[in-house]
Design a protein. Structure first.
Length: 469
């Protein structure tokens, strides 16, 4: 069933592209506008992505309202290209029509000189709103906030509420929740539209209030909003000042967009690179090089420390050559266990399941996990060496048990150390104000490599001193 649906979707795309080309060839602008108006905004966005040389032409042919809908779902690289190609009057229409939060998101991605020029195109009211939103700290709720919402007063009747919705609801970001304020502009409640629909027209707003609401502050971190939305099952939340003045609202679509951006950044950082500001395919090669080279150099010097550690054990390796055979096994086991722990902790922190205050509980759990994991590898490693001993030309000789204990005990130690490093480093970096995602896979693995060698050769001294060493 799925291949058939996929084939149908492909055929529909081809047909749409052919129709689009036919309309273009006529040179009739009205026909182009009518054709584009008949398509879903997602289909228009696909046409723009597939015809980058015509992106400004397509957007200009749309009505302002539909142009805004299409522009909002395009990726940032395409948005930048379109703004460069549009005539100033069309750019002004588009930016003034964009919701304040979406406009702020777009302007945040541009150089400061470009932002200054584009802000000049806004009308006085929109310019004031945009400058206000841009004045909040980066990654704060204030940057996501929109001033487009519907509010009423406690003395209004349900009938008056619906009149207000009909008058202002079209320009509102959402009407699923109506906000109740007093004469001072202070938020005193929020009421779902359902409650108004189910009430008699003569009922007062005050009679529907329960004085319970959840609100955010503009300085709150955007990740905080994500957690509040999850805990309260809302599609919009009010944003209030310290004096309880209603400043705006934040909607779930903006928060989900931020969560997706955060996830992408974390994934890139966990791979040992800085987060990309643009889609991978549109990032210039030199910028891609800059994003990757710093961490690569840091990790390179980290591995130099590993080499130095190995050089300090040259005599021991020369005496018992078989020890060198197990070095990749030892250090990779530690790095793998550390990466596992780091990934789990970073994900749990991102989901709000744990905080820095939980460090002791996390440490106790990881000590137990590390011992169980290490013991499992101990049993496997010791068993492999023991079985290997009974094969002809085995490299272990009569001291296979001591070598097995050396390798097995080292695995317990390095896996335990790796889990502790992987779980505690993200918490430590978060405490210091850094991004915990930076502590993941490559960073933890490099740190554990050095300590793994120290643990390994310490165990070798313990079990092989006076026998092979």
């Amino acid at each position: 069933m799925q291949p058939i649906q996929s084939l149908m979707a492909t055929e529909e795309k081809i047909a749409l592209a052919e129709q689009f080309q036919q309309v273009l060839e006529t040179g009739d602008r009205k026909a182009l506008t009518d054709f584009l108006d008949d398509q879903n905004i997602s289909e228009v966005a696909e046409l723009i992505e597939e015809n980058p040389e015509l992106e400004a032409t397509i957007l200009s042919a749309l009505s302002n309202h539909r142009a805004v809908g299409v522009f909002k779902i395009l990726d940032i690289g395409t948005q930048k290209d379109i703004i460069k190609k549009l005539p100033p009057f069309k750019t002004a229409e588009l930016l003034n029509e964009l919701p304040a939060d979406d406009r702020t998101d777009f302007l945040e991605e541009l150089p400061s000189n470009a932002v200054r020029e584009l802000i000049k195109l806004l009308n006085p009211d929109e310019r004031k709103i945009t400058l206000s939103l841009l004045g909040y700290p980066e990654n704060s709720i204030g940057r996501l906030m929109t001033p487009d919402y519907v509010y009423v007063y406690p003395y209004n009747t349900v009938e008056e509420v619906f009149a207000t919705i009909r008058k202002y609801g079209k320009d509102s970001e959402t009407i699923s929740v109506i906000y109740v304020i007093n004469e001072k502009g202070e938020l005193i409640d929020d009421i779902k539209i359902r409650d108004f629909i189910l009430s008699e027209p003569s009922v007062k707003v005050a009679d529907l209030m329960d004085d319970r609401y959840v609100a955010l502050h503009p300085e709150d971190d955007q990740e905080t909003a994500n957690e509040v939305f999850k805990m309260n099952n809302r599609d919009a939340l009010p944003v209030i000042s310290k004096s309880n003045k209603l400043l705006g609202i934040v909607t779930i679509d903006d928060v989900l967009w931020v969560a997706n951006e955060e996830f992408s950044e974390d994934m890139q950082k966990m791979g040992g690179t800085e987060a990309l500001d643009e889609p991978y395919i549109e990032t210039p090669i030199f910028k891609l090089f800059q994003k990757r080279v710093v961490w690569l150099i840091i990790l390179f010097f980290g591995e130099l420390i590993t080499i130095s550690a190995m050089q300090s054990y040259e005599d021991e390796i020369a005496k018992v050559v078989i020890l060198a055979t197990f070095i990749p096994l030892i250090i990779s086991s530690g790095g793998n266990s550390g990466s596992q722990a780091s990934t789990l902790i970073i994900q749990a922190m991102a989901l709000g399941e744990i905080t820095i205050a939980d460090w002791w509980r996390i440490m106790k759990r990881e000590i137990l996990s590390g011992l169980l994991l290490g013991t499992s590898l101990f049993i496997i490693g010791f068993s492999v060496i023991t079985i290997w001993h009974f094969f002809p030309d085995n490299p272990f000789g009569e001291h296979f048990v001591r070598i097995g204990l050396t390798v097995g005990s080292s695995l317990v130690g390095i896996v335990l150390w790796g889990t502790l490093m992987g779980s505690m480093l993200p918490l430590f970096l978060k405490k210091m104000g850094f991004d915990p995602a930076a502590s993941s896979t490559p960073f933890v693995a490099t740190l554990v490599d050095v300590t793994g060698l120290i643990i390994y050769f310490s165990m070798a001294y313990l079990f092989l001193n006076g026998v092979l060493l």
